[in-house]
Write a protein that binds this ligand. Sequence first.
Ligand SMILES: Cc1cc2nc3c(=O)[nH]c(=O)nc-3n(C[C@H](O)[C@H](O)[C@H](O)COP(=O)(O)OP(=O)(O)OC[C@H]3O[C@@H](n4cnc5c(N)ncnc54)[C@H](O)[C@@H]3O)c2cc1C
Length: 464
Amino acid sequence: MYDFDMIVIGSGPSGRRAAVQSAKIGKSVLVVEKGRRVGGVSVHTGTIPSKTLRETVLNLSGWRERGFYGRSYRVKQDIDAGDLMSRLHKTLDHEVDVLEHQFARNGVKTARGEACFLDPHTLQITGEGGEVDTVTAAHVLIAVGTRPFRPDYVPFNGMSVFDSDEIVDLPRLPRSLAVIGAGVIGVEYASIFSALDVSVTLIEPRSTFLDFIDKELIEEFVHELRDRNVALRFGAAVTSITLDARERPVCKLADGRTVHSDMLLFAAGRVGATDRLNLEAAGLAVDHRGRIAVEPKTLQTAVPHIYAAGDVIGFPSLASTSMEQGRVAACHAFGLEPPPPPEFFPYGIYSVPEMSTVGMSEEEVRKREIPYECGIARFRETSRGHIMGLNSGMMKMIFSVKTRRLLGVHIVGEGATELIHIGQAVLNLRGTIDYFIENTFNYPTLAEAYKIAGLDAWNRMTRV
Ligand SMILES: Cc1cc2nc3c(=O)[nH]c(=O)nc-3n(C[C@H](O)[C@H](O)[C@H](O)COP(=O)(O)OP(=O)(O)OC[C@H]3O[C@@H](n4cnc5c(N)ncnc54)[C@H](O)[C@@H]3O)c2cc1C
């Protein structure tokens, strides 16, 4: 009756996973992607590019060796934009190849063009040259993601003022950079450029940032940023951004301060890429940020055969969680019951230093009035930390005093986004402090910090 069992609009993490899952259970699937190549924001302008840029910066700047050889140590002098771009393009090509191969192997069909609804089961696909095709499906997944919020008062010019999608195509390295927005993206880029010894000013209208992260971790992180001269301008709104005679941005703040910089990255929010989908024809509406509401367990929209997943449905807006949402949507559409999602998922912030967190923060534990105790380990206390020349890095674990159960793990420093998974496993398996006390960890490793932090908490708990 329909051309396809499932049409997926968008080939980012949620679309990709939904398409492959549907194909694996024998359904016919079409993925429509308007970009030149499949992969979505995740592969082309978001997750992978920013993480590749970070890795290149850390390698070429010799960042990881500076604990031993001093702050002026560099693997390559005079790093330029070309150095950063060449690794980026290789990585992206490889990611796209893997994805195209995955689609081909699973018999997922792809169409290049922009999709919009004609009715709840019919989509129109418009190709780059204006050619139009019409396709129908029993089920549709909207996986169109987001695009950067670009308010009119920001003079984006692709030369000195960029949004977070454009920054990955940087024409040259700035001498100084102003970053507006201390969300995850702004913080990541601010700290990556500062690791390149670019003079960075991070501007945030609110007086706090990354509020979902344990405060003690943020304090540690802020200390590190200040230590390398990142200027933090918090608590004052931006009143204007203009360009001077040499096209350099000048940013005026409500507290009377002015920030001059060579370049500016505007990273204050993203909006759902839904405005060209003609959602009314499908019987759907969006909120003020272009996001679509779904039933959280099934990912169904208000129209039951139309699903939405990924960043277009809002929090947590991660590639990792988007993939899972895509899988859940596909399973539900075809009558499979996916297991309920685990209670806790990790959050990784690939700043320099990186941060990662899973479970409850100390603020959350207090709010819930759970009697608790914390254990802290510093990476410099571990032999692996000595070997690596680490002067910083910290792990904090929170335990319930009553049940001894692990409640949260928070890490800032080298390897945080990898190390967190030990804590995640213990947390989701409802483990207690005894796991960390009784088990043997490889030596010398940074994972040993789990034992040190566990013992630290245990010492306090047994004293109570
Ligand atoms: C700078 C940055 C860094 C990030 N870092 C991380 C990280 O470290 N870890 C992490 O987990 N997440 C990270 N994220 C978030 C992550 O990239 C997103 O959560 C993820 O990409 C969302 O996936 P998605 O499935 O919503 O699709 P997206 O990746 O957003 O892709 C949507 C696709 O839909 C296509 N599309 C849109 N409209 C149409 C249409 N009408 N027709 C056809 N195609 C259409 C677009 O072209 C795009 O290719 C980062 C994001 C950014 C911006």
